[in-house]
Design a protein around this ligand. Structure first.
Ligand code: DX5
Ligand code: ZN
Length: 216
């Protein structure tokens, strides 16, 4: 268990929201006390699903003052980081498996003035992150296979959090299958950000859920 109490940030993933009333959904979780809005971008190539692009991020931007945590599940993300930054992304996370220009992509995100995150699929080793640890602000550990909301939490992924916590000074986030119950082990391992889609947006008592997620 990590010895120091950390401030837990809660980031609802809008993938599970009702897109027919997206602004209302976002304002509702903002009122319920969340800290960031997590935006999942999927291209139908890096992952089998397709979600949203910069124009929706721009509408999300105008619906809230909260920071936008944009998770790019797309191939060769350097092609689009500028568009997402212009649309209002504050944090831009790319996958280590999605590009052979990782160093360049990180540099570009920084140059655009956004915080930079790296994410990895469940099967990818944390060794792939090691050369970049001093260049990034966030590590997003996938606790499901990226592509879809509503999947079951893979508890064994929490070992990655434990292994990274000692040497990485930035923020560590977990994404996939996070609920007040599954979050417990993640918080014990020392995560900073809990991304949660279904467990927040598919429920009515969102304020309570967010408080339970944040509780230590
Ligand atoms: C999965 C996405 C997640 C997802 C989480 O590819 O990165 O952010 O929306 O959804 P839940 O919380 O429903 O697993
Ligand atoms: Zn995500």
């Amino acid at each position: 268990m990590s010895d120091k109490k950390r401030n837990i940030l809660v980031a609802p993933s809008i993938l599970a929201a009702d897109f027919g009333k997206l602004a209302e959904e976002i304002q509702d979780v903002e009122k319920a006390g969340c800290d960031l809005i997590h935006v999942d971008v999927m291209d139908g190539s890096f992952v089998p699903n397709i979600s949203i692009g910069p124009c929706v991020v721009s509408s999300v931007r105008s619906s809230t003052k909260l920071p936008l945590d944009v998770h790019l599940m797309i191939d060769d993300p350097i092609r689009y980081v500028e568009d997402f930054r212009s649309a209002g992304a504050d944090w831009i996370t790319v996958h280590v498996e999605a590009t052979d220009k990782l160093g360049e992509t990180i540099a570009k995100i920084k140059e655009l003035g956004a915080k930079v995150g790296l994410s990895l699929r469940p099967k990818t080793s944390i060794d792939t992150l090691k050369p970049y640890l001093d260049q990034i602000d966030l590590i997003l550990i996938m606790t499901v296979e990226p592509g879809f909301g509503g999947q079951s939490f893979m508890e064994e992924m929490i070992q990655k959090v434990r292994d990274l916590r000692g040497e990485f000074k930035g923020l560590i986030s977990v994404d996939g299958g996070i609920s007040p119950e599954t979050a417990i082990v993640a918080k014990q391992a020392g995560v900073d950000i809990l991304v949660a889609g279904s467990s927040i947006f598919k429920k009515q008592n969102r304020k309570e859920i967010i408080e339970e997620l944040r509780a230590q």
